[in-house]
Design a protein around this ligand. Sequence first.
Ligand code: 5CA
Ligand code: ZN
Length: 409
Amino acid sequence: MHAWPATDVPALPGRGNPLRIHDTAAGRTREVVPEGPTARLYVCGITPYDATHLGHAATYTAFDLVQRVWRDAGHDVLYVQNVTDVDDPLLVRAAETGVDWTELAERETALFREDMTALRMLPPAHYVGAVESIPWIVPLVQRMLDSGAAYELDGDVYFSVESDPHFGEVSRLTPEEMLPLFGERGGDPDRPGKKHRLDPLLWMAARPGEPSWETELGRGRPGWHIECVAIALRHLGMSFDVQGGGSDLAFPHHEMGAAHADAVTGEHPYARAYVHAGMVALDGEKMSKSRGNLVFVSRLRAAGVDPAAIRLALLAHHYRSDWEWTDAVLDEAVRRLGRWRAAVSRPDGPPAERLLAEVRAALAEDLDAPRALAAVDRWAALQEAEGGEDTGAPGLVSRTVDALLGVAL
Ligand code: 5CA
Ligand code: ZN
């Protein structure tokens, strides 16, 4: 699958700070410094049955910042993202709307690419679908069957959570906390015959009317978690730097993924840090495709909203907080963008080196974008009030905002 076009990242003087970021598995913010010159990042992609909403966009913006901070600190970034182009919600939506599921997935993935391009998200080096990954998924499931980490139930294959001594270390939840989430987020705790109620599906035998593939495991299709593991192991290997996604993925998705990967490789850990973005809500409830309370990036764009303003609206909230999208959030971002653009279009201004240092420091400290925005606000206000002599300053501000925040002024 192809990704979307890359945007240029302007060069900045000097070097950025090492990234400190909140690791769910550690339960605290800590330095996540890549071991080699190349930082390795896996971010869970969309299930393409509906258009990109602002919740998705907020989560992808957080991981876009991770890349920008790493790059600014001198690392190359190897970034991988998946597309869950076969899974229950996609098949259900396709059936409900009478659209072929492959067409639905292709259409929504194409729209997602357009949205990501408009929002200036750095593209992954590998953008990989579940369907095209089936040849890589099957041997992993087979290996787990051989080692006893997986077992068969009426032709389906389950992972045994009890086979993993580290199970629970990603989300840090107790089994009592896990159980309701597992049921809400795609699991089947009540299916009779499972060894443990939390065991997730690795492989589903073909069901009538559903897509399936002929493999050594028989006809069927992959479970959700193993999809991401197969893609991450193929393109990044074990112990990559950051596994990212929204907070709704910490359990079960990232917990199960880590357990699958340990079982397949006999190594640990899967990722060196697990990073989770907060949930964006609309009208008091988490924005979600299943609830239908959505504001789509593509709709805002079609209504003439500048994508840079959408991006600024997202950046005005700390990535880990849960927050609510309102029209006022967007209005404020539009005004801020206007102030910034006016400021950098003047011929000179107050020196911008301190601003660059402040933005770098804010982002390196657990991606504190609101603090970075406040620093740019201060520079713009100072310029408006007092002007300044530095003819290089507007250019440096513009490059800082572009390179580190992904906003083109
Ligand atoms: N395909 C799987 C991941 S492998 C999936 O969760 N797809 S998704 O389309 O449902 O979500 C894509 C990403 O957006 C995930 O990281 C998810 O956590 C995040 N996300 C979904 N809803 C919201 C929301 N309301 N606020 C913030 N992030 C969200
Ligand atoms: Zn995933």
